[in-house]
Design a protein around this ligand. Structure first.
Ligand SMILES: *Cc1c(COP(=O)(O)O)cnc(C)c1O
Ligand SMILES: [Zn+2]
Length: 407
């Protein structure tokens, strides 16, 4: 890994050897000292010789940027390379030039597969046999799938109220799924204690400095897919905050290496019931650490990557907005109805946020926007029914159809 120079603390700047297993900087209480992977971009640039022609078979096209040694075989299910689709009908509704990157098309139905692929690749290469994480549902399914792919044991901590569809998936992948009687934040703390006790490999998005590096590939892909036509805004939902941070880091790297000329402003979207990153960015104080939103994937009371996420918003000249559950569910239905795209609530939240940002004048009419749909609607049918309504029941009789639609 001669292209990886260090793990650098986002709080105090202390650096650590990337070959040693360190999760967070010990200079700070708990897991606050989040580490950032730093690179020698001369080496990266020398190794990255792919054509930027928009043909992206999977995220390993950007292998030169990933913190994985040369001689390691990736554990892959074909993650990344997702479509960037024009969204003219929804765009017209919002008076913007809109494109949507559908990352719900990843192997387990979620953008997190990009990160999990990197984490499990590293766990396997290091000879680790057990991987673990805490999850609101999607990271559990994702880790379950990649652990099965790699032949590793998988032990997952979820809050017991996670949507059932999301828990069925890791069970099918053969993972141990431990439903913790408590919140995501409590499941998270328990997974850290177990990691320490047993020495398992922890994929937790916020604290494993390597796995989040996989999320940069959504930024690399977007930079390539919008080359010569950079959007004014790039919209992500925010839970722990590492997805938006990774997307920004990837895009920015392409600009710094002169692979693209411009970068977009980042718009971060949170639910009103889980607003910690928005509050930190705006420097408003909301001491409420209890997360409450229909968008379970971003229901995070104490985000671990607030620093990185706020940096992405600031460095890009971006902004953040909050949306209500009603607005999120309405956006889910609108996405489906106008563009044929099926998102879970956290995946639809960027569209709700874009509508809010238009109303507030943050995003202006006629600007160009790319929204990232982070998770597939098939994962959470119950929320989808809340968003779109119930089916109509009729008798097996043509007269009932005629009564409904006329003769
Ligand atoms: C995890 C997740 C997010 C948020 O990502 P963070 O890195 O926690 O901010 C958004 N949408 C979906 C579908 C997710 O699974
Ligand atoms: Zn530190």
């Amino acid at each position: 890994m001669d292209h990886v120079t260090a793990l650098e603390c986002t709080l105090c700047g202390e650096t650590y050897d990337p070959e040693r297993v360190v999760y967070t900087c010990p200079n700070h209480e708990g897991v606050r000292g989040i580490l950032e992977v730093t690179y020698d971009y001369d080496v990266v640039r020398e190794r990255f010789d792919a054509d930027l022609d928009g043909a992206i078979p999977d995220q390993w096209k950007y292998r030169a940027f990933l913190p994985v040694a040369d001689d390691v075989d990736p554990v892959s299910l074909g993650e990344g390379g997702t479509d960037l689709l024009e969204a003219p009908r929804l765009g017209a509704e919002l008076s913007v030039d809109l494109r949507i990157k559908d990352d719900g098309r990843n192997p387990t139905g979620v953008l997190k597969d990009r990160a999990t692929s990197v984490a499990v690749t590293k766990a396997k290469a290091a000879g680790r046999e057990v991987v673990t994480c805490a999850s609101t549902g999607n990271a559990a399914a994702s880790l379950g799938g990649y652990a099965a792919r790699a032949g590793l044991d998988c032990r997952i901590f979820v809050p017991e109220d996670a949507p059932e569809g999301k828990l069925a998936q890791p069970l099918v992948y053969g993972a141990d799924v431990l439903g913790v009687a408590g919140s995501y934040d409590e499941a998270y703390d328990l997974s850290l204690d177990a990691t320490e006790e047993f020495g398992w490999y922890n994929r937790n998005a916020a604290i494993n400095p390597f796995q989040v590096e996989g999320k940069r590939t959504v930024g690399h892909e977007l930079a390539e897919q919008t080359r010569g036509d950079c959007p004014d805004w790039l919209v992500f939902s925010m839970g722990d905050g590492c997805t938006i941070a990774g997307g920004w880091k990837g895009f920015r790297e392409f600009a710094e290496l002169d692979l693209v000329a411009e970068t977009p402003k980042m718009l971060g979207v949170q639910a009103e019931g889980a607003s910690a990153i928005h509050d930190a960015f705006r420097e408003t104080d909301d001491a409420d650490e209890v997360a409450d939103t229909v968008a379970d994937s971003i229901a995070v009371g104490r985000p671990r990557n607030t620093v990185k996420a706020c940096r992405a918003l600031e460095d890009s000249g971006g902004d953040s907005v909050l949306v209500t559950d009603e607005e999120i569910l309405a956006a889910e239905a609108t996405l489906g109805r106008t563009e044929g795209l099926y998102a879970e609530p956290a995946g639809a939240a960027p569209i709700a946020g874009l509508r809010k940002a238009r109303r507030k004048g943050i995003v202006e009419a006629g600007e160009s926007v790319v929204a990232v749909l982070t998770g597939n609607g098939l994962k959470d049918a119950a929320s989808a029914m809340r968003a779109a309504g119930e089916i109509e029941r009729i008798d097996a009789d043509l007269d009932d159809v005629i009564a409904r639609y006329g003769a």
